[in-house]
Design a protein around this ligand. Structure first.
Ligand code: FES
Length: 311
């Protein structure tokens, strides 16, 4: 075929099964449409399975296979539609005169409609399936985004499980008595009922230190917070949230192992050194009639680092 033959102008009207520009597969539109419809349906089914697998928290390979398979099926159907059901050029239109008359434009639009109606007999059906598939794909694409946000923090940004009258217990749930710790000793305590990971939260962790035998005041307004020499502070470092569990007894300093912030436990845990921007929140303590330690209330301020950083 000569180069001139390849660019012979072709009318947009009258495209039929004998037209040399028609895709071979388009001569059997029913079969092709069936395959494309099957790909769209398969894609939709796989995406719905992905949503189910995501909700049921199935294995990662299941999520990948269903999401990937669904996207590939939809894409393959779309590609097949464009490749086999759309007319193949080149279509050359006379360019003189350059400005088309209204009649020519009407004829062009009619030719497009006529050609599409003749070859793609179930355009609405396929278009509906494609739209549904894309919609489902859009919805399930939000699932990973939603899950990655994690659980709602609710009030945990501002409150812990400590309340008025919470008994201080160790990791085994045993209540702490004022006779338990020697001077200079330290232990980690939790509000009773929240000492295990099923019920408790990281923000509940509190270090309990016995500084002396006498009640004392860490700072003005906290006169009753440290009975019989016991003082309690949040275990979450106010820098980046590491557990502040090292205690230098001689200097009465709590030390964060991550970036070496040091908090003076005798004066309200004001940072003496390091990047921590504010003191460790102090938990107000009291002692019941049997000598067991309780909290007077929740912390008076949010624990750990975060958006609530204040001046
Ligand atoms: S996390 Fe404690 S000093 Fe950085």
């Amino acid at each position: 075929m000569s180069n001139q033959d390849q660019h012979t102008p072709v009318s947009l009207r009258g495209l039929n099964a004998d037209d040399p520009h028609m895709q071979p597969a388009a001569r059997r539109p029913r079969i092709v449409e069936g395959w494309i419809g099957f790909l769209f349906l398969l894609g939709i089914a796989l995406l719905v399975l992905f949503a189910v697998a995501f909700v049921m928290n199935l294995a990662p390979w299941t999520l990948g296979a269903t999401l990937g398979g669904g996207a590939v099926s939809l894409g393959a159907g779309l590609i097949a539609w464009g490749k086999y059901l759309m007319p193949r050029g080149p279509f050359v239109e006379e360019r003189h005169p350059l400005a088309n008359s209204d009649e020519d434009r009407d004829a062009f639009a009619a030719a497009i409609v006529e050609r599409g109606g003749g070859i793609i007999q179930r355009r609405k059906f396929l278009g509906g399936l494609l739209g549904t598939g894309m919609g489902v794909f859009g919805v399930v694409s939000l699932f990973p985004l939603v899950r990655s946000l994690g659980p709602m923090p609710k009030g945990t940004l501002f409150h812990t499980d400590w309340t008025s009258g919470s008994y201080l217990v160790d990791i085994t749930g045993r209540r702490v008595n004022v006779t338990d710790l020697a001077i200079g000793s330290i232990t980690t305590v939790y509000p009773e009922g929240f000492e295990n990971t099923d019920n408790g939260q990281a923000v509940d962790q509190t270090v309990l230190i016995r500084i002396s035998n006498e009640s004392f005041t860490t700072m003005k307004g906290r006169e009753t917070w440290a009975p019989q020499g016991y003082v309690a502070y949040s275990k979450l470092c106010t820098h980046l949230g590491c557990p502040v569990g090292l205690y230098e007894q001689q200097l009465q300093l709590l030390v964060c192992p991550c970036h070496q912030s040091m908090f003076n436990v005798a004066n309200g845990a004001i940072p003496n050194f390091g990047p921590a921007p504010r003191p460790l929140p102090q938990l107000p303590l009291m002692v019941d009639s049997n000598g067991y330690l309780q909290s007077q209330s929740d912390y008076k301020e949010p624990v750990g680092p975060g958006f609530w950083e204040r001046s």
